[in-house]
Design a protein. Structure first.
Length: 137
C-alpha cells in the first residue's frame, strides 16, 4: 500500500513542473532542475549549455504562493488559441472557474474547468493545472 502523503507530494511536484513549463521554464529531468526561459540550450533532450537562474523542482511552490500562482493566472488570461479563442479566469469564494471563450466573448460552458471547495488557493491551483493539461492536448 502506497503512502497517500507521498502520492500527494508527487502529484504536486509533477503539477508544479507542468506549470513551470507552461510559464516558459525548461525542465531538465536528469538534473531535476527548471531553468528560466532563455537560460538553457537542450539537444537530444540533454542540457548542452546552462546560464543564469535555475530552481530545484522540489522548491517550486505554485500550490503555496498566491504571488506565483497569480502570475500563471495572468498568463492564462493572456493566452490566445490559434483560432482566436481565449481563456477567462474567475476566482470566487468557493469555486475557481476557467472558461474558454470565443472572439465574441461567448463562453463555451461545456469547456469550463473548475475546482470547488473552501480553499481559494487550492481551487485556483487545481483549476490552473487542469487548464494547462487541457491546453497541452
Amino acid at each position: 500500500m502506497k503512502n497517500k502523503a507521498i502520492d500527494i507530494a508527487n502529484d504536486r511536484r509533477e503539477s508544479n513542473i507542468l506549470i513551470a513549463e507552461f510559464m516558459g521554464y525548461t525542465y531538465a529531468e536528469q538534473e531535476d532542475l527548471v531553468f528560466k526561459p532563455g537560460e538553457v540550450t537542450k539537444k537530444d533532450g540533454k542540457i548542452r549549455k546552462a546560464n543564469g537562474d535555475f530552481t530545484h523542482c522540489n522548491l517550486l511552490r505554485y500550490h503555496e504562493s498566491w504571488d506565483k500562482l497569480m502570475a500563471v493566472v495572468e498568463k492564462i488570461d493572456r493566452t490566445e488559441m490559434s483560432n482566436g479563442d481565449y481563456f477567462q479566469t474567475s476566482i470566487g469564494k468557493h469555486k475557481t472557474s476557467i472558461f474558454r471563450k470565443d472572439k465574441l466573448s461567448v463562453p463555451y460552458l461545456n469547456e469550463e474547468i473548475y475546482s470547488g471547495s473552501d480553499d481559494r488557493l487550492e481551487n485556483t491551483y487545481k483549476a490552473v493545472v487542469e487548464l494547462i493539461k487541457y491546453y497541452n492536448q
